[in-house]
Design a protein. Sequence first.
Length: 455
Amino acid sequence: MSYFGTDGIRGKFGELPITPDFILKLGYATGQVLIEANENSTRKPSVVIGKDTRLSGYVIEGALQAGFNGAGVDVYMLGPLPTPAIAHLTRSFNADAGVVISASHNPYYDNGIKFFSGSGKKISDEMQIAINDRLTAIMSDANGNNATMPILDPANLGKNRRIDDAKGRYIEFCKGSFPYQYDLSHLTVVVDCANGAGYSVAPRVMRELGANVIAINNTPDGININAECGSTHPEGLQKAVLEHEADVGIALDGDGDRIVMVDETGKLVDGDGILYVLATQGLTKAQGVVGTLMSNMGLELALKAADIDFTRAKVGDRYVMQDLEANGWILGGEPSGHILCLDKSRTGDAIIAGLQVLAVMQAQGRALSELVEGFDVLPQKLVNVRLSQMQDPYKHEELVAAFDKAQTTLEGRGRLLIRQSGTEPMIRVMVESDDEIECDVMANDLADHIKSVLG
């Protein structure tokens, strides 16, 4: 079986696969794969491990560390830091892999594991398969003996080292992505930290670049991560921007790789809007942009009007990255706020993406509301259909017929997307149309139909 979903391994803490025993084996299996890949090296492989602010991260961190050490891999412990910080520091420490303990925008009771390669990018499909195969072999040892997890000579075990200056290293990296000729001294910025991994570094980056920063949801207690705040719940940020008469608002998600923004009028600017600004008015104009199947058709039309190529990847920033590299482009992302600026960072980074938009505001002396003029969002309705267990709706002729009928109705003026979630038993129904009422009715009707057939 495959333990990996769209973005690593994720689930509810205490239930497979997110249990201490499983995580121990995951660390051991990954360590074995790294050792085999470095068999000609004279040094032990090393990994860096970071996490978000969930209480369960302490347990998972210890289990992972033990698994890696047991396989003979050295571990650098970074503590709570955004996912892109782990990607950056993996390269900075010349480590063989980076590991992030996080369930991103999910509630506190979920957690997960994400891997980066030594280059700071998501691991390759080949490495993921190798880890999964080794892990499957270990998990299938029903007798629990040591045949698949041999104990090393203690002289060959890995070591641990906690890195005290990891936060400062990442802050300087982020600041280095901002043009030296500008500063943020004329801006009041509200930063919603989602009580997550960016709670400390995000406000500091903005302040050290000169901004008047108002930080909200920046007091994590281990269970309030993403709780009615952050990029998935921007209502509080919108309210705060208006209350403080701020110039702009920035919301991160729990692990700091997603961003949505709020303009000075309190209007939300999602990942599509951010891509539009950076592609059409960024300091380096984009040759092309990679979106995903979820990107609004309005973005595609706006980029076409600006003579900028646009293509859609599968949902997931790893697929956006693959298409960017294939096309030789530097800008891509998702409406949810995963934004890749490959001339600045090797992975989606909320802080760096936000800084690039602030740089455009400074360079042009214009408000965010003015920068998004020309980008008209088509009405879109997304309905999630939760199932008792995952099923493929395209295996049911009755549903396929309903989907085909809807696509025919929308042809030339909208889109239909039916997608299975990669992390939970859920079917996502998305309808775009130039008619908002039709959009809402069609999405809900199709969702009800899926629920009635699949249960």
